[in-house]
Design a protein around this ligand. Sequence first.
Ligand code: 13P
Length: 265
Amino acid sequence: MKHSKLVVANWKMYLNIHESSLLVQRLDKKIHLHRNVEVVLAPNFLSLYSINQEIDKRKFRLAAQDGFFVDEGAYTGSVSFSQMRQLIDYSIIGHSERRRYFNEGLGEVRDKVAAAVRNQIIPILCVGETKKERALKETKQVLHDQIVTALSNLTSQDVLNLVIAYEPVWAIGSTEPATPSIIEEAVSWIRYQIRELYGSEAEESVRVIYGGSDEPEYVNAIMKVPGVDGLLVGRASLNYEHFSDIISRVHLVALSQENTKAEDS
Ligand code: 13P
């Protein structure tokens, strides 16, 4: 299965309903429809419904930033995937900010991934090592543990649509992204894990994207890393000029890769 490139805007807890709506209007004017780039916006829960009503669905899809693993019940303050299934196609799950500030453990992430899939929502599973884990040379072990547990309730069919975001914690909110060689090593390790668990069809079909200080000037280098299918953008997605610039650059990289493939065949 061949997917288009994927660019996800994680607006985190930055915008209120009005600001979210304004940003969508600006993005709509700036961003062109590209058949080879899928653009996904992840507003907060509060804005999901209104943004769903406002967007041009040919241009944008929606993601939640999280969701609870039970579908319905006495869980004050939570929003379930089943409640959001009419509004979203994707959900970010296991973002390092949730693991860190909300104490989300491996088991909770696993249950959320299963709940999203049960509700026909595609998980964007975030994985990545901290600075300390990298210094201790634990990156591969950390990625292995995060992936193996998170996917443990999924079938090989479920995994075909999955998105995994490699977000090294030390590169989030930083001045520069991880280097292409670091990204390449991690992404190939992530794909290897998928092959070991689900075989080579799943390995090829899974989309692996990179997040952590994605700014327009870094897009070419990151998108050319073998195995990288897109970006999970934080701060730069709040600026409509930067984000639309990112989309155009991803589109150009995708075009040149298509041309190279056509010449090779
Ligand atoms: P920044 O792009 O602000 O570093 O955030 C990355 C991120 O956490 C996306 O999920």
